[in-house]
Ligand binder design. Structure first.
Ligand code: NIG
Length: 393
């Protein structure tokens, strides 16, 4: 591959030690960032892309999605808007629809959803299994997911399938199901919540995953106070997600741990739960990520622009904090963040930051000021998305 110069950037939000630069340019070599500085001093390159005075930030890192599903739950959503509350049991409706889908249909749905996310500026995606809930359906979901996204998470412990005994099901998740998905997945997750899995079941699932070499993630404290955050911090999970109902001890635990608190603003709106206390978490010193939580039950959107706007307008983050949480924060939640020299903890080129050595994953806005993400919410502000310096929409 040849060197590519992106020039004439009005506002470059690097989410790195370089901060925000005006009238900037980036050079990528073989898809990695090789140089960042003023457009007037940019070195020569084989290809020049004039960005016309637009603002640029790192591509969004969406660290929490559930893309492998068929069907929808529009009626459940409409009932919720009329006053019913969200319950984990609705997941089984999607399990029935997903089991009935052909491989070809699931592959097409995944492909379409990835393209929609990219059209909104997302360049790194995690997705979970969890709508199969039997050995073959979970294996299939993991296998298909691995063909399209960056990180795949095994969420066999999403909910106990209809008719199964909860403890027998946990044994299946920790045994044959884990064996079946292991070749395709990087992470294991558990929905640790009333109506899903309790603390000891969740611990068992996470420990089984760890024994297979998987990293840990937790859905916790979404629908009420509970042990999710405590368990995630104790076991050193990379991320605990939702975190709507936290007591002061949970906030303190997150503040002193390396476990990222991932907030899901679109989900909070759709379930009408109180917003996760992202402001309080940041003030306490916790690592915070913003993700879309794309799924048919609680957050049927992959729009990170919408999530960032909501985090600014409703959760009271500054634009800078929200952009950081949706880029470097998501990268940290996936352990793909820059630990120096533009590489992640495993030595791969990092994502979620624009620094020399990192992947040249760019989100080009159709405006010269990134604040428009919150100032003009809902407007079509994504002009272009580049992964490894190649346009993907
Ligand atoms: O992250 N909370 C658990 N899992 C999903 C919802 C899944 C569903 O209702 O289909 C979530 O919100």
């Amino acid at each position: 591959m040849t060197a590519v110069l992106f020039e004439n950037i009005s506002e470059l939000r690097t989410v790195s030690a370089l901060g925000t630069l005006a009238n900037a340019a980036i050079v990528a070599d073989d898809g990695r960032i090789a140089w960042i500085g003023p457009t007037t001093q940019a070195p020569a390159a084989d290809t020049r892309i004039n960005l016309g005075g637009r603002a640029v930030l790192p591509g969004w890192v969406d660290s929490h999605t559930h893309m492998l599903f068929d069907g929808n739950r529009a009626a459940e959503f409409e009932a919720r808007m009329a006053g019913q509350s969200y319950a984990a049991g609705g997941i089984n409706v999607t399990v029935t629809a997903t089991r009935a889908a052909t491989d070809t249909r699931l592959e097409q749905l995944l492909h379409d959803r990835i393209n929609a996310a990219r059209a909104g500026g997302t360049t790194t995606l995690e997705t979970k299994t969890g709508y199969g809930l039997d050995v073959e359906s979970e294996r299939r979901a993991a296998r298909i997911a691995a063909t399209g996204v960056d990180d795949v998470t095994f969420l066999g412990a999403h909910v106990t399938p209809v008719g199964a005994d909860p403890d027998d099901y946990v044994d299946l998740v920790c045994g044959d199901m884990l064996d079946a998905v292991a070749p395709y997945v990087h992470w294991i997750d558990v929905f640790c919540e009333q109506g899903a899995f309790d603390e000891s079941q969740s611990r068992k699932v996470l420990q089984a995953g760890r024994a297979r070499g998987l990293g840990l993630r937790v859905h916790g404290n979404q629908l009420g106070a509970g042990p999710g955050v405590r368990l995630a911090c104790e076991l050193g999970a990379a991320s605990v997600d939702h975190v709507n109902y936290l007591d002061s001890e949970d906030v303190e635990r997150l503040a002193v741990s390396d476990t990222v608190a991932t907030v899901l603003p679109a989900c909070d709106l759709s379930t009408r739960e109180p917003f996760a206390p992202a402001r309080q978490l940041l003030d306490a010193g916790a690592h915070v990520a913003i993700a879309s939580n794309l799924n048919p039950g609680t957050s049927y959107t992959s729009s990170m622009n919408f999530c960032v706007a909501t985090a600014v307008l409703q959760m009271r983050l500054s634009l800078d904090e929200a952009i950081t949480a949706a880029t470097r924060g998501g990268a940290k939640a996936l352990r793909r963040h820059d630990v120096g020299g533009g590489v992640d903890p495993q030595g791969r080129p990092a994502v979620g930051t624009l620094a020399v050595g990192a992947r040249c994953n760019l989100h080009v806005l159709n405006t010269n000021h990134a604040i428009d993400l919150a100032y003009r919410p809902g407007m079509p502000l994504t002009w272009g998305t580049f992964i490894d310096a190649v346009p993907v929409r």
